[in-house]
Design a protein around this ligand. Structure first.
Ligand code: GLC
Length: 559
């Protein structure tokens, strides 16, 4: 936060009364990467019966909803984000019966179920694509983005129709011999892009959405949703200066089209046929402004301002301030520090600040995540401070990471590193599997697991439990206004959360050394620490002076 921003009036949160009992705003959403959570049958791959067997753990943790990364049949080239049938559940996860049982058991415990919808593209093995590539004049011919070549080189090689790029490296256009045309793919060659401008595609997708709602699903995460629509004429993007191939074009025509909000409106109309159903869009490669523009009632959008901030009071202050200012009173925020595509924040934030104690960072970051305005999204394992895992080159699964090994024009961070199996206990298989896990555990899994942290009051897990319990009981933390406030020390960030009848102050020391601050006071308020990064949060002394330990964050009730 810059000095100019300190003390500026922040836009306040929407007043509590408008929230009613909207779980998607009040609650906490927990992301499960199904392959990595719990394996019931010893094949080394997590599955739905495994997740079902851990539902008591999740409801004890105090989360409200479970978002499952894709569970549909898939050849697995993008580890499930290449879907070959969106309407059913992959037998590797236990199939449809296991899913229905999972939903029932989750609902019995008051846990909602959020599915990951990958609607921008399909697998090349999807029957729609198989039909589409077969000829130019069948029912599915226009379900994908097909174009003729821009021409042919002297040796007869077809030239791609425009300069669009794949996020996973190389051109976005793949030549397909049967049709003698190119098809477009933002991701892998094996993930052809659907043509959302064809009404038949929209109808089919929305029928599929209705099918999941009928099966009791409470919400959806929309994969790369701002990429669904392209410019109707698939125009070339303007070329600009930039550090990477991707950055050397202005992505004007391959995403973020002006008529996209109408499409989301039609999607929301279906979801809103049932009460309390939420959605959250994954913003693909765009700035926070786009997230703001696409946020509507019961529809959140992940922006990346918070997730991209390094661990410093200034960067976090800036990110919180920017997001509060941009989202304003009427739009709800989706808060996230880790997911299946990014370095886990215990590792990332510790590295960004050169701090060795990743648990201390994980505990302090938990205070931030669970006490800023918006819905917290937890990524499985962050509650035990899981770190990125070093995966040897010959074990790499993530396809763009494999491409980066051989393509000098393409850089990629190996996403396997943040997808390692959940360690539940000590010993072989760590309570995750009786077989050989599909990805390796971290080297620390014998000391860092749910069982060992459950009996340690000072653990990351115990900290999450305390903070979640406090948040559940605090209207101010769930729905209150947020106002950043200066406490006069560069490394310490503080903010007020206020709801009618309740006021809390959050104070976070980003330094790996103790810091003393004076709490902002208008008169004779009292400050009572109620929770924080440490079991015994520090309390202020005379004159509201508060000394925080290294990386200590406290939540104080203001009386
Ligand atoms: C989203 C997913 C990512 C996937 C990509 C293509 O960004 O989060 O895991 O690879 O979409 O589906």
């Amino acid at each position: 936060m810059t000095q100019a921003q300190i003390g500026r009036t922040q836009p306040s949160g929407v007043v509590g009364a408008t929230f009613g009992d909207d779980w998607w705003q009040n609650g906490i959403i927990y992301q499960i990467y199904p392959r990595s959570f719990a394996d019931s049958d010893g094949d080394g791959v997590g599955d739905l019966p495994g997740i079902t067997s851990r539902l008591d753990y999740l409801s004890d943790l105090g989360v409200d909803a479970l978002w499952l990364s894709p569970i549909y049949p898939s050849p697995g080239l993008d580890v499930g984000y290449d879907v070959s049938d969106h309407t059913t559940v992959d037998p590797i996860f236990g199939g449809d019966a296991a899913f229905d049982r999972f939903v029932d058991e989750a609902h019995k415990r008051g846990l909602r179920v959020v599915l990951d919808l990958v609607m921008n593209h399909t697998s090349h093995q999807h029957p729609w694509f198989q039909a589409s590539r077969a000829s130019r004049d069948n029912e599915y011919a226009d379900w994908y983005l097909w174009l003729d070549p821009a021409g042919y080189t002297d040796d007869g090689t077809p030239i791609p129709p425009n300069n669009w790029l794949s996020w996973f490296g190389g051109s976005a256009w793949q030549w397909d011999e049967p049709r003698r045309q190119f098809y477009m793919h933002t991701f892998l060659v094996e993930q052809p892009e659907l043509n959302w401008r064809n009404p038949a595609v929209e109808d089919a997708q929305f029928r599929m959405v209705r099918g999941w709602l009928d099966r009791g699903v409470d919400g959806f995460r929309l994969d790369v949703f701002n990429a669904f629509l392209k410019h109707p004429e698939l125009l070339a993007n303007p070329e600009i200066e930039g550090a990477t191939l991707w950055a050397r074009q202005q992505h004007l025509y391959d995403r973020d089209q002006p008529d996209f909000p109408d499409l989301i409106g039609r999607f929301r109309a279906i979801v809103d046929e049932l009460p309390g159903r939420m959605s959250v869009g994954e913003l693909f490669a765009s700035e926070a402004e786009r997230a703001v523009a696409l946020t509507t009632e019961r529809h959140m959008v992940f922006d990346w301002a918070l997730l991209q901030a390094p661990w410093s009071a200034e960067a976090y202050g800036d990110a919180i301030w920017l997001r509060e200012t941009m989202f304003g009173h009427d739009r709800w925020l989706a808060n996230v520090l880790s997911n299946h595509d990014q370095s886990r924040h215990a590792t990332r934030l510790a590295e960004s600040a050169g701090i060795a104690d990743t648990d201390a960072i994980a505990r302090a970051a938990a205070v931030v995540l669970l006490s800023i305005r918006g819905t917290p999204y937890l990524y499985y394992g962050e509650e035990i401070g899981l770190q990125d895992v070093d995966v040897p080159v010959d074990e790499i699964i993530d396809p763009p990471a494999r491409r980066a090994l051989v393509d000098p024009d393409f850089e990629w961070w190996n996403r396997d590193r943040c997808r390692s199996p959940m360690p539940w206990s000590n010993g072989p298989g760590h309570g995750f599997t009786t077989g050989r896990p599909w990805l390796r555990f971290g080297d620390d899994a014998d000391g860092r697991n749910v069982a060992s942290q459950a009996i340690d009051d000072g653990s990351v897990l115990a900290t999450y439990r305390r903070l979640i319990a406090l948040r559940r009981s605090s209207e101010a933390l769930r729905t209150g206004t947020l106002q950043l406030v200066s406490v006069g020390t560069r490394d310490v960030l503080a903010w007020h959360r206020e709801a009618p009848g309740e006021h809390v102050l959050v104070v976070v020391n980003f330094a790996d050394a103790s810091r003393s601050v004076t709490l902002p006071s208008q008169g004779d308020e009292s400050f009572e620490p109620v929770a924080g990064s440490h079991v015994d949060p520090s309390a202020p002394g005379a004159g509201n002076a508060l000394t925080l330990r290294p990386l200590e964050a406290v939540i104080l009730r203001v009386g």
